[in-house]
Ligand binder design. Structure first.
Ligand code: NAP
Ligand code: ZN
Length: 350
């Protein structure tokens, strides 16, 4: 067993405090990682504040982890000491179900072991539930450790481990490429990476944001069009426009209004996860044979493919690096959409 510094929260309305946690002893297939940076995903906020009603406290969030391998178990072949590596939303899965066999671990039929807030045996994580990346070290089985290519700085790479794969996977699944009109709703952590990825895949990219405040950035990151959803004219002008709409918004939206922006056979993919049902008129779906779909992160092989794609296209997240004592403030700012475009904790400040 080893110890690590971490930032933990003890109640839905609690503040983050510095604690010491234990990490399991290095098993034959385990990798010990010195964490350098951990991104702050809105899912961390939903969990820390118990907005999904399933949080076990004390909770150490963080599933956008970038660091350096500090030690490896005797049977590890994929990584070696000194390697630049990342860990995303999952640290294990059954490895046997149809989804896992297909490399789609985020859809593990027995439920993947998430990087934080999943009940596990004490031998896996002392304390009985997984503790995430707001920490100085983590132990992860080698199959869930990704290689971060040279050419992506570690602080800009960290958010790719969740935001990057969460956008890359549906963009690929729904065949994004030249000739496709793609809209991204929400220019936040997920959304801004989605703009970069969709453009690099060759699509015509539109951002649908609450206001035009971030328009210059959106165009700089690769969008050709940028609209404010606070302007009703937007919904009239863009009716029937898109092949694919990706909703990254963390709050409830009038999804019906957005469904009408889909063209024939268009799909609206839900990524944002507020704890509220969606309302769509059957007529809106039936007209133009539209689809309403969802997508959850992405598998481990595709996560590596995404990192390689990002390195090839010079894509990293736009980050604001903060010290660990500013996590509470960063949460409040993220909820207020006041982030450009991902807060990343510098683990050296722990
Ligand atoms: P984020 O950085 O906070 O960005 C969310 C964006 O949504 C904001 O920047 C804002 O964009 C827009 N927004 C926020 N509140 C809004 C409101 N009341 N009305 C309209 N638009 C609003 O969050 P994130 O980290 O990208 O995560 C977004 C959501 O995705 C969260 O619910 C998270 O849990 C979920 N998520 C899902 C998966 C998955 O696998 N499906 C993976 C990771 C995260 P504008 O300022 O441009 O309007
Ligand atoms: Zn996330």
């Amino acid at each position: 067993m080893s110890t690590a510094a971490a930032y933990s929260v003890s109640a839905a309305d609690g503040r983050f405090e510095k604690v010491t946690i234990e990490r399991r002893e290095l098993g034959a297939h385990d990798v010990l990682i010195d964490i350098k940076y951990a991104g702050i995903c809105h899912s961390d906020i939903h969990t820390a504040r118990n907005e999904w009603h399933g949080t076990t406290y004390p909770c150490v969030p963080g599933h956008e982890i970038a660091g350096i391998v500090a030690a490896v178990g005797s049977a590890v072949t994929r990584h070696k000491v000194g390697d630049r590596v990342g860990v995303g939303c999952m640290v294990d899965s059954c490895g046997e179900c149809a989804a896992c066999v297909a490399g789609e671990q985020s859809y593990c039929l027995r439920g993947a072991t998430m990087t934080y807030n999943t009940p596990v045996p004490e031998a896996f994580q002392p304390g009985g539930h997984t503790l995430g990346g707001y920490s100085t070290q983590v132990v992860v089985t080698e199959n869930f450790v990704l290689s971060i290519p040279e050419g992506i700085a570690l602080d800009q790479a960290a958010p790719l481990l969740c935001a990057g794969i969460t956008l890359y996977s549906p963009l690929r699944h729904w065949n994004t490429g030249p000739g496709k009109r793609v809209a991204i709703i929400g220019m936040g952590g997920l959304g801004h990476v989605g703009v970069k990825l969709a453009r690099a895949m060759g699509a015509e990219v539109t951002v649908l944001s609450q206001s035009l405040r971030k328009k210059d950035d959106g165009l700089r990151l690769g969008a050709q069009h940028y609209y404010a959803t606070s302007d009703e004219q937007t919904f009239r002008e863009l009716r029937g426009r898109f092949d694919l709409i990706i909703n990254t918004v963390s709050a409830n939206l009038p999804i019906e209004d957005y469904m009408r922006l889909l063209n024939l056979d268009g799909t609206l993919v839900i990524l944002g996860l507020p704890d509220r049902p969606l309302a769509v008129q059957p007529f809106t779906l039936a007209a133009y044979r539209r689809s309403l779909a969802g997508s959850m992160i992405g598998g481990i092989p595709q996560t590596q493919e995404m990192l390689n794609f990002c390195a090839e296209h010079g894509i990293g997240a736009e980050v604001e690096v903060i010290s660990a004592d500013r996590i509470d403030e960063a949460y409040d700012r993220a909820v207020a959409s006041d982030v450009r475009y991902r807060f990343v904790i510098d683990a050296a400040t722990m």
